[in-house]
Design a protein around this ligand. Structure first.
Ligand code: SAH
Length: 243
């Protein structure tokens, strides 16, 4: 079964973009996932092919028209796929959400431009707003590529060693431990001895310790609250919570 993506955008030339590179591009060539782009402008209703207009109530910028976008969206065969709108107002993406989508039939992704889209479009169609972080891009295309890349790399057979995914940042509720490779000495800095010891239990303990330290310093929000006895695995704190 393939993971099928449909992108609605004013800039179809932005695709496949980075999605054509390396393992993700190869996976598409192998038919593990598919990419279809629709140009929103093809659904314009007037002879000027306008897709946006001035905001009701005044103010800066332009707003994408609900009628044009509805035509584009309604032309897509949903096939049970979630319909997402990339938006800084959306819930920030999480790896858990990415994993859920990667286990489904695919995604339909609407990329905004200008000030965004008419609210009535979001209210009238079953659309989930999704943010890639608390900052503002000029358009949803890069955000959509990031989201799709994150989903596709989790599909079976896309990455070589699936165990490398299991240990990654966020998978166990922690940021990943630091990595080292050759040369053994770099500008006077050496690889930590434990990693060269061949003692796998010790290496595992060291990595877990480093992952905990990193998470505590950089992302304490990922750790269970003090006094919260959810267990040794901080990921437990999210178990059973609605997404
Ligand atoms: N006026 C809007 C920002 C519009 S930016 C606001 O203040 O909320 C134009 C488009 O870029 C958006 O419609 C959205 O599709 C995309 N975009 C911008 N920032 C994004 C983010 N953090 N995550 C996902 N999409 C984003």
């Amino acid at each position: 079964m393939s993971f099928n993506t449909t992108i609605l955008t004013l800039f179809p030339d932005a695709f496949p973009g980075v999605l054509d590179l390396s393992v993700i591009g190869r996976a598409r060539a192998q038919g593990l996932w598919s990419l279809e782009t629709l140009n929103i402008r093809d659904f314009a209703l007037d002879k000027h092919a306008s897709v946006d207009d001035t905001p009701a109530g005044g103010g800066a910028g332009m707003v994408m028209r609900a009628d044009v976008l509805a035509g584009a969206i309604d032309s897509v065969e949903r096939g049970g796929r979630p319909l997402l709108y990339m938006s800084p107002r959306g819930k920030p993406l999480t790896q858990a959400r990415i994993r859920q989508w990667s286990q489904g039939p695919g995604l339909i992704v609407l990329c905004g431009r200008f000030e965004g889209v008419d609210q009535r479009l979001l209210d009238s169609r079953d659309i989930e707003e999704v943010s890639i972080g608390d900052f503002v891009l000029a358009g949803g295309e890069i955000a959509a590529q990031g989201l799709i890349e994150a989903c596709v790399r989790l599909l079976p057979d896309v990455l070589g060693a699936s165990s490398s995914v299991a240990e990654e940042s966020f998978e166990g509720g922690l940021l990943e431990y630091p990595h080292y490779t050759r040369p053994r000495e770099f500008e006077g800095r050496s690889i930590p001895d434990v990693l060269l010891s061949g003692d796998h239990a010790k290496i595992k303990a060291w990595r877990r310790q480093k992952a905990l330290e990193l998470t505590r310093t950089r992302r304490p929000d990922l750790l269970p609250l003090k006094g919260d006895q959810a267990g040794s695995n901080p990921a437990d704190k999210n178990k059973g919570k609605p997404q």
